[in-house]
Design a protein around this ligand. Structure first.
Ligand code: CP
Length: 306
């Protein structure tokens, strides 16, 4: 089976059969890591990891994924150390790197940069985060995490908490979860940081249930509590960030007697206290680790290796 896309810039490109195929392949990749440390499916292939905005998890899990597939990695980090700082366009960068690598993963601070890159890329292109836009591979690994932690996705009630306006992970994950019409959403955010209408409109069009609230207690009733940080780097007004940055703080006390799985794309900057980490419900480090098998699955399918 093959994916319906050859470049991935948005979660909206992923259909239900793509999602199910990637979930199944990720599980196979995870088993291969546990058994043999990985596979050699991508022997002779090269991944270019272009990260023009800070990253720990996405970059290192893409690189680990390619290495565990038996491939190799080249990378560029930070606009200041690349020829983009000399005025080179994203398009020219991608045209050049496509001659060095078999697949490209790029993170860039500008929303829409991934679409520009994919439009000219001659090799499979993957959006690793474009400003406040999309983060489709985070959504895929989140989907895999929900399936593993909750035993399935159908019927799950997910509460997304925090900066829903600028948080690209919650935009992509909501769009991906809308492939499963029995999923319900509770969006918990400060009034100034609501889920964008382009995302809630999609849910309305599909007849999917959601509520919007400013009260974290309503989120604590969900099966999955998806915490997010307030995105400091997207604020023009530093005082506004300071006012909102710790609008919601999840503590172990708040989780007492609750059955929810706690997720967070990380990094956290105070919105989950460390006493939560020891609880069985705390899935956020397992979630980060799930990025490797899911990104292995995506690369393997895009390169037609499986
Ligand atoms: N979740 C995530 O995108 O983390 P990084 O910014 O560290 O890649």
């Amino acid at each position: 089976m093959t994916l319906s896309f050859t470049a991935l810039t948005s979660a909206l490109q992923i259909n239900r059969s793509d999602a199910e195929l990637l979930l199944a392949t990720a599980a196979r990749m995870e088993a291969a890591i546990q058994k043999d440390g990985g596979t050699d499916l991508a022997g002779g292939k090269v991944l270019a990891a272009l990260f023009y905005e800070p990253s720990t998890r996405t970059r290192l899990s893409f690189e680990t994924a390619m290495l565990r597939l038996g491939g190799k990695v080249i990378s560029a980090e930070g606009v200041e150390f690349s020829s983009i700082s000399k005025g080179e366009t994203i398009e020219d960068t991608i045209r050049v790197v496509g001659g060095y690598a078999d697949v490209i993963a790029m993170r860039h601070p500008q929303m829409g940069s991934a679409d520009r890159a994919a439009a000219v890329s001659e090799v499979p292109f993957i959006n690793a985060g474009d400003g406040p836009g999309q983060h489709p591979t985070q959504a895929l690994l989140d989907l895999y995490t929900i399936q593993k932690e909750r035993g399935g996705i159908e019927g799950v009630h997910i509460a997304m908490v925090g900066d829903l306006k600028f948080g690209r992970t919650v935009h992509s994950l909501t769009q991906l979860l809308s492939l499963f019409p029995s999923v319900r959403f509770t969006f918990v955010s400060p009034a100034a940081l609501p889920m964008p209408e382009k995302v809630t409109n999609l849910l309305r069009e599909k007849g999917i249930a959601y509520i919007e609230t400013t009260d974290l207690k309503e989120g604590l009733q969900a099966d999955v509590l998806y915490m997010t940080r307030v995105q400091k780097e997207r604020f023009a007004d530093a005082a506004e960030y300071e006012r909102l940055k710790l609008a919601y703080i999840l503590t172990a006390d708040l989780l007492q007697g609750k059955q929810c799985t706690v997720m967070h794309p990380l990094p956290r900057v105070g919105e989950i206290t460390e006493d939560v980490d020891a609880l069985p419900a705390a899935a956020f480090f397992r979630e980060a680790h799930n990025g490797v098998p899911m990104r292995m699955a995506l690369i393997a399918h895009l390169l037609r290796l499986v």
